[in-house]
Ligand binder design. Sequence first.
Ligand code: DX5
Ligand code: ZN
Length: 220
Amino acid sequence: NEDLIIAPSILGADFSHLEEDLVSIADSGAQWVHLDVMDGHFVPNISFGWDLIRTLRPFSPLTFDTHLMVSQPERFIEQFASAGSNAITVHHEATVHLYRVLQQIRSLGCKSGVSVVPSTPVSAIEHVLEISDIVLVMSVNPGFGGQQMIPSMLQKIARLAELRETEGYDFLISVDGGINAKTAGDAVDSGADVLVTGSSFFSAPDKISYVADLLSLGRA
Ligand code: DX5
Ligand code: ZN
């Protein structure tokens, strides 16, 4: 965990001054920007699409980590890649053609990510771990920021870390949902490499020290 990555989610930002909030992510010392795309079908909420990502792209030098909470994401991979995503994560539960979608993401020059909701076991995605650059463990039911982490998801992180070790994979393990200064330590101890943080980042009185606190967990 030496190279812990912090990925603030703009879902927690104030959309009336999104550019300013995007700049505050880079200024905080975080390395990635997490972009939560919701379609009102896979999850009961609608956020934004590729046009917004394309609009934001020039205002940040950070890695754009796009999280598609979208049914049949294969319909839109090209748009999200050309809008400037560096990584695109899709849900196992949202497509029956998971392996193919991950291949498609890589073929467009992006890091491939696979995600599972809390009810899906790691065994459901074992067949795609070989072509995944990121495995995103949802630690809440996706759809909304500001929820509490489901503690049993830590075991999923640990299982993925174990599989990576025994099978020789090299994906990053990302954890998303309810991450804050209190919960992040357990996630890192379980094996998380990427910490997605939405509401806790944007409500932190001092974003630089909040990110520094999270980063310090990687050196423990
Ligand atoms: C949940 C999203 C998360 C969420 C994180 O559906 O995928 O990325 O915005 O927000 P917090 O950190 O507030 O749980
Ligand atoms: Zn997310």
